[in-house]
Design a protein. Sequence first.
Length: 106
Amino acid sequence: MEKRQLRIEILGSSFVIQSDESTEHLSRLSAFVKSKVEEVKGRYTFADPLTIVVLAALNIADDLYKCREGREPSLNGEDIGMLADRLINKMDDELLTHTPYDDKSS
């Protein structure tokens, strides 16, 4: 499988990530992490970049564990929008792969 690369910038540092996943998937992950970092940065304006990233990672881990336990993770507005887009795309895909209801009563 072809490796894809994506350059991301978080808190003034630039990283190149490489993965077998699609560029869209990598972009979504990057946007998610950036939003979590910005959320923490907004709450802890005095914190240094390492502390901000560690706190963001802990928030992401908390959400992951809540999902694994069947509990709802804490979602901000951007997360809800991304989740809604994913659900809409899944519904569209399902509707396109199934034949429409054939009403035989007419």
